[in-house]
Design a protein around this ligand. Structure first.
Ligand SMILES: O=C(O)c1ccccc1NCC(=O)[C@H](O)[C@H](O)COP(=O)(O)O
Length: 213
């Protein structure tokens, strides 16, 4: 089984090139003003143009309204939209239909109770991203380098492909893949020297470890 790899929160050509040259399947661009990985539309458009055709370009938003999404779609032309906020299943379906792109919906997992939301999102999204549930006081709903108990989702088949994320890094990704058997893995903090500062060597190591799993 080949596991797809997404490197999220890229913001420079050097780190984007590291991801592309190492064979990343998806590259994530963050549109969330509070994030250290937030990009302007102009910067994101240049990075997306550089990646186009080499990896799928994923635009990550948090509870974005139609105007914000339209601005991103027009300027950046992402292949995929990742919804990482509290979007309801109805909103996910609406975004998918309105913008005509596949949607990855992030589902925050902190305990068994959170699995109750999975079926509703699986009915409307193209892929589910299982991420750690942040603390209620956290500034960011994702990209916190926080892991969750992967046993909660091991063997779970929601009927759409699963992307595993949350605190993964080059040292832990293989074991997580062995346990959960996801279609894809996603990383941000685990390939950074500091929030928003990606390390090309860590990106290469993460992709190699995921490929070897
Ligand atoms: O990266 C951000 O700054 C961010 C901001 C707002 C919502 C989501 C965000 N990131 C999500 C991701 O990078 C990943 O999809 C996932 O949460 C894994 O992140 P990490 O635990 O840092 O590897």
């Amino acid at each position: 089984m080949t596991v797809l790899v997404k490197i999220c929160g890229l913001s420079t050509f050097a780190t984007l090139d590291a991801a592309l040259e190492a064979g990343a399947d998806m590259v994530g661009l963050v549109f969330f003003a509070k994030s250290p990985r937030h990009l302007s539309l102009a910067a994101a458009a240049e990075l997306a143009a550089h990646a186009r055709g080499r990896a799928r370009v994923v635009a990550l938003t948090v509870d974005a309204d139609d105007a914000a999404l339209a601005g991103i779609v027009d300027a950046v032309a992402p292949d995929v939209l990742q919804l990482h906020g509290r979007e309801s299943p109805e909103r996910v379906a609406e975004v998918r239909a309105r913008f005509g792109r596949p949607v990855i919906k992030a589902v925050a997992i902190g305990g068994r109770d959170d699995l109750g939301a999975v079926a509703g999102y699986a009915a409307v999204a193209d892929m589910l991203l299982f991420d750690a549930k942040p603390a209620p006081t956290a500034a960011l709903p994702g990209g916190n380098g926080l892991a969750f108990d992967h046993r909660l989702v091991a063997g779970l088949d929601p009927g759409v492909p699963v992307m595993l994320s949350g605190g993964l890094d080059p040292a832990t990704v293989a074991q997580a893949i062995d346990l959960v058997r996801p279609a894809a893995v996603d990383v941000s903090s685990g390939v950074e020297r500091a929030p928003g500062d990606k390390d090309p060597a860590m990106i290469r190591a993460f992709i190699a470890a995921a490929r070897a799993a």
